[in-house]
Design a protein around this ligand. Structure first.
Ligand SMILES: Cc1cc2nc3c(=O)[nH]c(=O)nc-3n(C[C@H](O)[C@H](O)[C@H](O)COP(=O)(O)OP(=O)(O)OC[C@H]3O[C@@H](n4cnc5c(N)ncnc54)[C@H](O)[C@@H]3O)c2cc1C
Length: 451
């Protein structure tokens, strides 16, 4: 049973059914409201790795768009062709559900988990209330399953009921959450939009992304259509109350730019910005997507990695006699940590560095020239960027000229470099003591959480 029909849950249900398992997929909301409902930047290669066709047709928005990155004071950092592709999340969600249904998945909407039964440490059944037509008399169903998959997003409705997972999966603190929004508007004054673009040396069809606009870790990407008809505003900042919020950042932008016309569509939400939990499987239970914090922390992207996790889970449990066996689901966790664990810890270190630098530090970073095209492209491509040999000397010179920035950045970057290799040392087989040692090592690399 997969709980949560967002992209991670619908993807996992599809992959499990492809392996021949009998799968039921539940969501507490309806087909038009579950999961992300806005535009997301995704990577084709993530879809390919997950065994799912990349977005195409109406589902596929702009690709390879020229993006101008500017600091909080408007200073240009770099201009790069973004490796991401825009995806209409509502259409992607619908496609994943359709594919899952075609593969034999039973989908039950408007289903609320009432209680979870744990027997000898293993989640064995849930009590579900199903209310298919809104208000009315709900049906009650007790559902047993060999494997439960918690794909219910950052709240993780099942994980807290597992005695094995509870100590490993603390609720994500507000300093590790991103308040994000993606809203699209008509442009009521094309000349105003043209002037906005010109201010940043940009042209219609390009994106202007300002970083450090509300705290060191924050972004505001303004994407203006080539025909000056529409604009998309994608924003995010740390959600601990010290900064703005996603919806407020959009509101402030609209107020300051009178050429922005009526709102067309959009949405907002909160994204976990921490590395994945060290342990996200337990007897009878596996977490995927935001429920496991399978997100690239440096910019809060979770779609691609969540889809790949579903594939890895299905690869680990397919063909086994008991897909919920602790040793079987651990194989999924180990495979995921081996491939992504180190990268996501390194990305978390980088995300913490951004918060620590603050708005002034980010402005200084942009002015120093240390934010290179290679580094920015690598980040957007969800890789740990390695500067080419030809850039190393120039970067060293820039670091010498910005000593206070260098003092703050170098230790973090060195730890990030070490972190890349840490995922491969996650224990292969069930060994909680070894996992605790591994996690302590990861904590040391991360250092304290910035305020
Ligand atoms: C504004 C914004 C912009 C973003 N931009 C990007 C981007 O550009 N690129 C990118 O890769 N990522 C982006 N993200 C992050 C990305 O959207 C998430 O990482 C991703 O949607 C997580 O998918 P998920 O399936 O794990 O969780 P969700 O999408 O949260 O889905 C969880 C599902 O579980 C259901 N559910 C919850 N509780 C229960 C329950 N008790 N019982 C039954 N069902 C339940 C919910 O209804 C929902 O359908 C963005 C997020 C936001 C908010």
């Amino acid at each position: 049973m997969v709980v949560g029909a967002g992209t991670a849950g619908a993807g996992a249900a599809l992959q499990l059914a492809r392996k021949g398992l009998r799968v039921i997929l539940l969501d507490r909301r309806g087909p038009e409201a579950g999961g992300a409902q806005w535009q997301n930047g995704v990577l084709d290669r993530h879809f390919e790795q997950a065994g799912i066709e990349p977005p195409a047709g109406d589902e596929r928005g702009g690709a390879n768009l020229l993006t101008h990155i500017v600091g909080p004071d408007g200073t240009r950092a770099v201009s790069i062709t973004s490796p991401t592709v825009g995806a209409d999340m509502a259409l992607l969600g619908r496609r994943l559900r359709r594919l899952a249904a075609e593969a034999g998945v039973e989908i039950v909407d408007h289903a609320e988990i009432r209680s979870v039964v744990v027997e000898r440490g293993r989640v064995t059944s849930v009590d579900v209330r199903v209310n298919p037509s809104g208000p009315g008399v709900p049906a009650q169903r007790i559902l047993r399953a060999a494997l439960f998959v918690d794909a219910s997003g950052r709240g993780g409705v099942l994980r807290r009921h597992s005695p094995a997972l509870d100590p490993w999966c603390a609720s994500v603190s507000r300093s590790e959450l991103c308040s994000a929004a993606d809203v699209h508007f008509e442009i009521s004054d094309p000349d105003g939009a043209r002037r906005f673009l010109a201010r940043h040396g940009a042209r219609p069809g390009e994106t202007v992304t300002a970083i450090g606009v509300s705290g060191g870790y924050s972004t505001r990407a303004v994407a203006i259509d080539a025909d000056l008809g529409r604009v998309g505003v994608l924003v995010g900042c740390v959600a601990n109350g010290r900064y703005s919020t996603g919806p407020k950042m959009v509101e402030d932008f609209v107020r300051s730019e009178p050429w922005v016309g009526p709102r067309l569509h959009g949405g907002f939400g909160v994204i976990p910005l921490r590395r994945p939990y060290a342990r996200f499987t337990a007897p009878g239970l596996a977490l995927v997507g935001d429920a496991a914090c399978q997100v690239f922390p440096a910019h809060g992207s979770g779609i691609g990695i969540g889809l790949i996790a579903g594939r890895m889970l299905a690869d680990a449990v397919g063909g086994t006699t008991d897909p919920g066996d602790e040793h079987v689901v651990w194989r999924y966790q180990a495979a995921f940590q081996h491939e992504f664990g180190g990268l996501l810890v390194a990305s978390d270190i980088f995300r913490r560095l951004g918060t620590e630098l603050g708005e002034e530090g980010v402005a200084a970073l942009v002015r120093s020239g240390l934010m290179t095209e290679t580094a920015t492209e690598g980040g957007l491509d969800q890789r740990w960027p390695e500067p080419p040999a030809s850039e190393v000397l120039a970067l060293a010179g820039r670091l010498v000229r910005a000593p206070s920035l260098a003092r703050r950045m170098l230790p973090r970057l060195a730890r990030g470099q070490v972190a890349i290799g840490v995922g491969s040392r996650h224990p292969d087989t069930v060994d909680v003591a070894a996992l605790e040692r591994w996690d302590r090592g990861v904590q040391r690399l991360l250092g304290p959480l910035p305020a």
